[in-house]
Structure formats: C-alpha cells, structure tokens
Design a protein around this ligand. Structure first.
Ligand code: 1HE
Length: 266
C-alpha cells in the first residue's frame, strides 16, 4: 500500500517493528512545502492508518525541518483567492489526517520550524527538538497569514497571546523556553535517537488504544464537555474491552506486569 505511493519530495520506509519513517526530502529548498508536497502528505497520511503502521517518525533531510509555504512557488503562481483557499484546504486535509488518523506521529525537529513548517510539526502528536531548533511564524513579516491550521493548533499549544506576539513581531522561541511555552515536549541533544525511542514505546501499545489516543483526544477537544464525556465513554467501551487488552490485564492480575514506578522505566 505504501509501496505504491509515487513520492518525489519525501520518502517513506517501514521497519520490522511497524515503525514508519517519513523523511521530507527537499533540503535544497529547506523542505518548503510546495503544492505537490502537500498532496504527497495527503497520500501518505491517507495510506498510513490502513497499512498496519504502529507509529510514524516524521523527520527531514538537511539542516532545517521545514521552511513553511513554498514562497517562490506562491510568488510565481500568482494565485487567486479561491486558488489559495483550495491550497489551504489541501494543507488542512493533510494535517487533519495526521492529527486524527490514529497513528502516533513523532516529529524530529531541527533548525527552522517556521510558518507552515510549524503548522506541520504541530499536527504531530509528539515534538522532539534539539538545541538548534527554533520556532517562528514569519507570516506577518512576509505580508501573509497562516493557512495551514496554526490558528487552531499553534494557538492550542501556546495560547493565542503568544501566537499573536510571534506573528506581529517575528519573535522566535528556542531551547528551554520552547519547552516551557509548549512548542515542543522534548529538548534533547539527539532528537533522532529520542524520537526513535519514543516511537518504539508508542508502538508497543495496542493499535486500537493508540487510535483512541491519537484521534479521540483531538476530537473530544472540539466538542462541548457533555458530548465529549459521552463520546469518551463510548470509545472506552470499545477500547477497554478489546480482546488483546485481556492479556495485559491478565498479566497485571497475576502480578507479572510492569509497575508504574520511575525505577521500572527503561
Ligand atoms: C525557500 C523557502 C521557502 C528557503 N519557500 N523556497 N517561510 C519563511 O518565511 C521562511 C523562509 N526561509 C528562510 O527564512 C530561510 O530560507 C531559512 C531560515 C529557512 C533557511 O536559511 P538558509 O540560510 O539555511 O537557506 P537559504 O539560503 O535561505 O535557502 C536555501 C534555498 O531554499 C533558497 O533557494 P535557492 O534556489 O536560492 O537555493 C531559498 O529560496 C529556498 N527556500 N525557504 C521557497 N519558504 C499555508 S500558509 C503558510 C504560510 C507560511 O508558511 S509563511 C512562512 C514562509
């Protein structure tokens, strides 16, 4: 299924543990997202949940994660408002498939994570940055506005006041401050190695449980509390009675399961 994809701007490989590695592969353009790249993201994240993949690492070639919208393509295309709206709808389709697809996605961040690059990163479930990673929303300075979901996802991560500041003033976040404000959950010397470790941990969960975590929580956040608690109960009804969970419960009941203690973590 994944082998049939015709990808020019990214590559995908799945290892024996079912962990997919999706690599943005336009380093000469700092992995800027042109229209074709967005269509490729849609194709990948349409196929991924049905391909038996247990987790996905999203990484990039070159020194930067992603420079956002392909500004040069946008300039030359001289798009109409309707054209750009449809392009944004493609971005939303790709990023919604990521956030709501049910497969854990771990983004390995480095260098610039800016504009649409930050929108892409914020559609992942876990972000892992290194000391060289910086986050920005340069749209304001470019005479543009966000169109790939930043008003929802970036504002959701850091709050609207910080997002507005980033857009009005070009403020960049990096290092410990980026963790504090919520742009990345991890700040480590080796983001690739940490992401692999996290993907391995997530891939050990039952796929149906991960589906609930990586789609249910986002859906419920969009609902009123009454509907969300109802939907949570229905989802838990399905997930918490799955036959595969019984083996894990059986191990716990026999005292054979790993305990939830810091010293029991690897
Ligand atoms: C690009 C892009 C791009 C680089 N579109 N081609 N995003 C931005 O405003 C960020 C714009 N980019 C930069 O500020 C810098 O390029 C970087 C900090 C990311 C990297 O700097 P550097 O010194 O490593 O590379 P460079 O020399 O600036 O760029 C290398 C090449 O990548 C060069 O092309 P070349 O043909 O001259 O070699 C650049 O033109 C090209 N390149 N970034 C197109 N973004 C759904 S709405 C979302 C709205 C937005 O995302 S707005 C934010 C856009």
């Amino acid at each position: 299924m994944l082998d049939d994809l015709d990808l020019q701007n990214m590559t995908i490989a799945v290892d024996d543990a079912g962990i997919a590695t999706l690599t943005l592969n336009r380093p000469a353009k700092r992995n800027a997202l042109d229209a074709a790249s967005v269509r490729e993201l849609i194709a990948v994240f349409t196929a991924l949940p049905r391909a038996g993949v247990r987790a996905c690492i999203l990484r990039a070639e070159g020194p930067h994660f992603c420079a956002g919208l392909d500004l040069v393509e946008h300039y030359h295309a001289d798009r109409s408002p309707a054209d750009f709206m449809h392009l944004c709808l493609d971005w939303h389709e790709a990023f919604n498939k990521m956030e709501y697809g049910g497969v854990p996605i771990i983004a390995v961040l480095k260098g610039a994570v800016v504009g649409g690059g930050l929108e892409l990163a914020s559609a992942a479930h876990i972000r892992v940055a290194d000391e060289g990673t910086y986050f920005g929303l340069p749209e304001g300075q470019r005479g543009l506005f966000t169109g790939g979901g930043a008003t929802i996802r970036v504002a959701g991560l850091i709050g609207k006041a910080r997002m507005i500041d980033m857009m009005l003033t070009g403020r960049l976040y990096r290092g410990a401050e980026a963790v504090e404000v919520g742009l990345t959950q991890y700040l480590v010397p080796d983001a690739e190695a940490k992401s692999r470790e996290l993907a391995t941990a997530a891939a050990a969960n039952l796929p149906l449980t991960n589906f609930a975590i990586c789609s249910g929580i986002s859906h419920f956040q969009n609902m009123g509390a009454l509907d969300a608690s109802y939907a949570e109960a229905v989802l838990a009804g399905v997930v918490n009675t799955q036959p595969a969970a019984r083996e894990r419960l059986d191990a716990f009941a026999r005292g054979m399961a790993r305990k939830v203690k810091p010293e029991d973590r690897d």
